[in-house]
Ligand binder design. Structure first.
Ligand SMILES: Nc1ncnc2c1ncn2[C@@H]1O[C@H](COP(=O)(O)OP(=O)(O)OP(=O)(O)O)[C@@H](O)[C@H]1O
Length: 303
């Protein structure tokens, strides 16, 4: 069942178009990724879905409701963890949850929620004393306090160390497994690849492609890439002359060859004919980052 539909969404700030005709549909029970570089228009798009910003043009429906006109209904159905949500340093964890619970007619039991996000022992801790990962766990709990059917999680793992990021990913999967549909805004391709059932690639306010991570990768994987260090000097023309080879690039001491067919065999043979051995030969599989580059023309930068 489709739970959210966005059709031809457009938004400008001071006459500068930021979202330029974005369309997608989110299905119940999926983790739907909105992936793109900083400034791509991701936050603006999801804030329009949550009714926090007003689109200039386009149509959004959330379980059949229009966020512009049925804001209360949408607020009950959609829990939002937003990038900019900052709590006062001095508020205790339980006070924040109690406060947010008071905004909803039928909130979740925050004690249970605290245990679920692994903060059971932190209920009396001040917000300012939590680690980055704990703050993000709390922000997930706050997004879930109204018992939403959909949770919007925006740049949840930015600034977290790798372990805290992996822990947060597990928590997101648990939330989905509990029946909550998730819209995950991210600029980390690894995060999208690991978590999302489907991903919308957004660049310059436009959707470049929507598919599963594997589907996006297979769209661009017609080409293989191999990498090696040559045992001696050779002219690129040795390889570019091969019909299977589409591109040869050098960086430092290593050579990258892109192409099709039985690339390893033909490259190795051509090099052998010139007395060159490929050392540390590796075949590289395309990643979501490569798919992003091919499908949008720009690279996703991650920190
Ligand atoms: N209220 C606003 N007024 C003017 N410009 C804005 C406003 N909000 C966002 N912008 C600009 O619109 C562009 C898109 O912002 P948005 O936050 O939607 O992108 P994003 O893809 O979520 O990027 P980020 O991850 O950096 O937040 C950015 O250039 C941003 O500076």
């Amino acid at each position: 069942m489709t739970v959210i539909e966005v059709e031809n969404l457009r938004k400008r700030y001071d006459d500068r178009p930021v979202v330029n005709g974005v369309s997608f549909a989110v299905e119940e029970g999926e983790i739907f990724g909105v992936l793109g570089p900083n400034g791509a228009g991701k936050t603006t798009t999801v804030e329009c879905i949550a009714g926090l910003r007003t689109p200039d043009e386009g149509k959004i429906t959330v379980f059949g409701y229009d966020p512009r006109h049925d804001r209360q209904a949408v607020k009950r159905l959609v829990g939002v963890q937003l990038q900019s949500a900052v709590l006062p340093e001095k508020i205790k964890v339980w006070e924040a949850l109690d406060l947010f619970a008071s905004f909803y007619p039928a909130p979740a039991d925050w004690r249970e929620l605290l245990d679920r996000v692994g903060l059971g022992g932190k209920r009396n801790t001040l917000f300012g004393r939590l680690s980055g990962g704990q703050k993000q766990r709390l922000s997930i709990a706050l997004a879930l306090i109204g018992n939403p059917r959909v949770a919007i999680l925006d740049e949840l793992t930015t600034g977290l160390d790798p372990q805290a990021r992996r822990d947060t990913w597990e928590l997101i999967e648990q939330v989905r497994d509990s029946g909550v549909t998730i819209i995950l805004v991210t600029h980390f391709m690894e995060e999208a690849e690991r978590l999302c059932d489907r991903v919308a690639l957004i660049n310059g306010g436009e959707v470049a492609a929507i598919d599963s991570p594997a589907g996006l990768i297979s769209q661009v994987e017609r080409e293989q890439i191999i990498r090696f260090r040559p045992s001696g000097a050779f002219d690129d023309a040795v390889l570019t002359a091969l019909p299977e080879v589409s591109r040869v690039r050098r960086s430092g001491g290593s050579v990258e060859v892109a192409g099709t067919g039985n690339l390893i065999l033909v490259v190795s043979q051509a090099l052998a004919e010139h007395g060159v051995t490929p050392i540390d030969l590796r075949v590289e599989r395309a990643t979501l980052d490569d798919a992003f580059l091919v499908l949008t023309g720009s690279r996703l930068t991650a920190d």
